[in-house]
Design a protein around this ligand. Sequence first.
Ligand code: SRM
Ligand code: SF4
Length: 570
Amino acid sequence: MSIDPAAPKPLAANEGIKTASNLLRGNLKAEIADATTATVSADSEQLTKFHGLYQQDDRDQRIALKRAGKDKAYSFMLRVRLPGGKATPRQWIVLDDLADKVASPSLRITTRQTFQFHGVLKGNLKTLIKGMHTVLLDSIAACGDVNRNVMGPVNPEQSPVIEQVYQDSKNWSDYSLPKTRAYHEIWLDEELVAGGEPEVETMYGATYLPRKFKTAFAVPPSNDVDIFSQDLGFIAIIENGALAGYNVTVGGGLGTSHGNAETFPRLADVLGFITRDQVNRVAEAVLTTQRDHGDRTNRKHARLKYTIQDKGVAWFKAEVESRSGVRFGEARAFQFTTIEDKHGWHKNADGTWFYGLHILSGRIKDIPGWPMKTALREIAAIHTGDFRLTPSQNVTISGVTEAQKPVIDAILARHGLDKENNRSRLRLNALSCVALPTCGLALAESERALPDIISKFETVLEAGLKDDAISLRVTGCPNGCARPYLAEIGFVGKAPGKYALYLGASYNGTRLNRLFSPSITIDDAVTKLAPIIKRYALERSAGEGFGDWCDRVILPRDATAHNIGTQTAA
Ligand code: SRM
Ligand code: SF4
């Protein structure tokens, strides 16, 4: 039988699961209640993602359990929805308690400004979700084929403009929430209202999006959210001290698969300028264009970046204008200079203070000499402002009064964490994804390897570069969860102990890096990079970053790379 090349391709299996799920319910309620197994079915596993949950197993235990003829050590990861990374002290305390009672017990700050719990047994999921609900937190749409946790600026008290941008990000997050009551019925025991209005997903439709969708809001000169890696981005345009509106970016994304040249990281394009009141209309038009034109047959080709790459930016812009009724203005000038979080104490425009605390890999737990969990809990107990989780997996203690400043200092000093911010800037900027033992897709270590990787590079950097900011990011596989393709030094896991090494991204997140070595151990990478770093220290021009220098001096031009940058409008 010959295959007709013109015949429509079959839809990806997930499309069938979504269609049959009755707006994300599926058989989840019954399967969660079933105490005879620690897992849910393969179809339900896909649906749990829309509820912020991933079924995982402890990969450290796999071999021993298999040898003993036992099942894998299954548990769940839960990701909280936390637009702009904002959490109140009361929320912090409740999450901290829940981590002790029903999770690993650590809290993990993610690269999209939220918390993850790991190691939650199926039987404890409802306790966790109900506990979060008591402080008005949920995990709706934290994962799945929907608009994920919206990223936004972390220090709103710094100026009224930043607060406005935060509000706009929060509004879009609220606006884009799925309408289904499935979450409330399954996890919070809400009764189905018989005979009520039929539920309609007005924006998503019954099969939601072809793939995950990510939005961020950036306030130049900081590009802490890595705006060009987002499906949809809003760059705040501030003129004469006021928020004039936003430049809209579309089609960024980082995930790739080793050996599949049809997958690639891509920087977003700048579509043009809009005013504040047009944000949700334009965002909805971008989202629905992707809903209707994204590839639902191949999940490796289903992100917005591929829709735009295939159909062209001009087509996409025209479609968004026609759907939203908004005509883009000329993109306005903006300049990003940094991706770095502010560490230590800083004064806000309203007279309060904020304190940026570095947390390596965002892991909040107590280890001897580093009782981060206890210290932050004590701070939460007395703090009257907010916590803001940052895109670099750190925390900002925000809105601190003059009177509380010394109290917070004393807590940090008592636990030996007052020195946490006085580390090399390489360490302060470094990111790693979770990887082993929980991530089912990890090919190599990441979070657990990061301290050792940093120490090795710090030795090399003693050659006069200790106080220079160089971004180093590590992931356990090419999906890019710690945005390694935007790092000046990017390690991407290939196999146990082996990484692809990328160099040459710009420090401000406007140019992707390029492959320097396809497979290398960390020790070999340090040996190979040591003379390069030394040469950079001697030969760089004034103010030239390591990535820019590598791009100029070390790396060959690669005409085939997709939209690697540099992204500016000035
Ligand atoms: Fe991610 C899948 C962790 C940010 C691209 N990511 C996963 C999963 C859920 C693995 C899985 O599918 O089974 C990881 C769970 C590990 C664990 O045990 O916790 C995971 N991703 C993370 C986090 C926790 C990394 C971290 O250490 O902070 C980040 C959670 C963000 C959040 O709060 O929502 C995280 N992931 C990212 C980012 C960065 C970003 O969004 O700014 C990216 C690259 C940007 C992008 O999306 O293009 C990213 N994650 C992926 C991909 C590749 C998507 C693609 O288009 O190819 C996958 C795999 C997939 O979707 O099939 C993935
Ligand atoms: Fe897992 Fe890969 Fe993401 Fe790391 S980059 S958390 S290994 S999916």
